[in-house]
Ligand binder design. Structure first.
Ligand SMILES: Cc1cc2nc3c(=O)[nH]c(=O)nc-3n(C[C@H](O)[C@H](O)[C@H](O)COP(=O)(O)O)c2cc1C
Length: 222
């Protein structure tokens, strides 16, 4: 539990994920499947990148992310949720005015281009994928998938593997519809079944835990 992370770092291209490690990752988790087959991995690297690029260039979906960005230590600490952009490189960009919500919202800006370039590399470094399929898209199935995702993430931590959800192709907006269908088709998700989560796996660099609201701000004692 202490080591579990969502790890967004680029994964090590020289460290393949063994088929046995993938099998241990998904074993006993209902609806969990995965692949480390190079051809499938290549196709999914391509799909997840195209989907990220689409989400990041359609104005209203870009703005949905931009509004949730916490840029720099002060903003992250004031609102420890959302999409946190911190660390020395991004903090420097912020200080010189190259990184802000306004810049991120402008597709011609350095900040926006850098966001895309960073994610092109991240998506291209997937060494395998895992995904969760459920029998339907009901709320109950979504909650079960949430639990299974945490099980997968805990299992990954115990195996020393890194896991990063890449959900863009699973999103329901018209400009994503073709890739949503492609994801279901590529992963062999049959009619009436629902792809609930997709994540890339590999060996990344150590990342700190995500910011969290202090417990006492979330729990009210009556
Ligand atoms: C349904 C769902 C989809 C998510 N998709 C992504 C995603 O595509 N990329 C991402 O970086 N985080 C995504 N997240 C956020 C992380 O899974 C995680 O909730 C967040 O980073 C905070 O927890 P952590 O301790 O695992 O970092 C998603 C979360 C949920 C609930």
């Amino acid at each position: 539990m202490i080591r579990r992370r969502s790890n967004r770092s680029p994964f090590d291209l020289s460290r393949p994920v063994a088929a046995a490690a993938l099998a241990s990752l998904t074993a006993g988790i209902a609806g969990a499947e995965g692949t480390v087959a190079p051809e499938r991995v290549d196709a999914l690297r391509n799909l997840t990148w195209r989907a990220f690029e689409r989400e990041f260039t359609v104005e209203r979906t870009l703005m949905e992310s931009v509004r949730l960005m916490r840029i720099g230590k002060t903003e992250i600490e004031a609102n420890p949720d959302g999409i946190f952009l911190g660390g020395p490189a991004l903090e420097t960009m912020r200080l010189v005015g190259a990184l802000s919500r306004e810049r991120m919202a402008d597709p011609g800006s350095l900040a926006h281009r850098r966001g895309l370039d960073t994610y092109r590399g991240i998506m291209a470094s997937a060494m395998g994928y895992v995904w969760l399929v459920s029998g339907d898209g009901s709320r109950r199935a979504e909650l079960a998938a949430g639990r299974d995702w945490v099980r997968l993430n805990l299992r990954a931590a115990s195996l020393g593997l890194d896991l990063h959800p890449v959900s863009q192709a699973l999103q329901e907006f018209p400009e994503m519809a073709a890739m949503f269908e492609e994801a279901h088709a590529r992963l062999g998700v049959g009619a009436g079944m629902r792809l609930q989560m997709l994540g890339r796996v590999g060996y990344g660099s150590a990342v700190p835990p995500s910011p969290r609201w202090p417990l006492e701000t979330r729990i009210r004692m009556t």
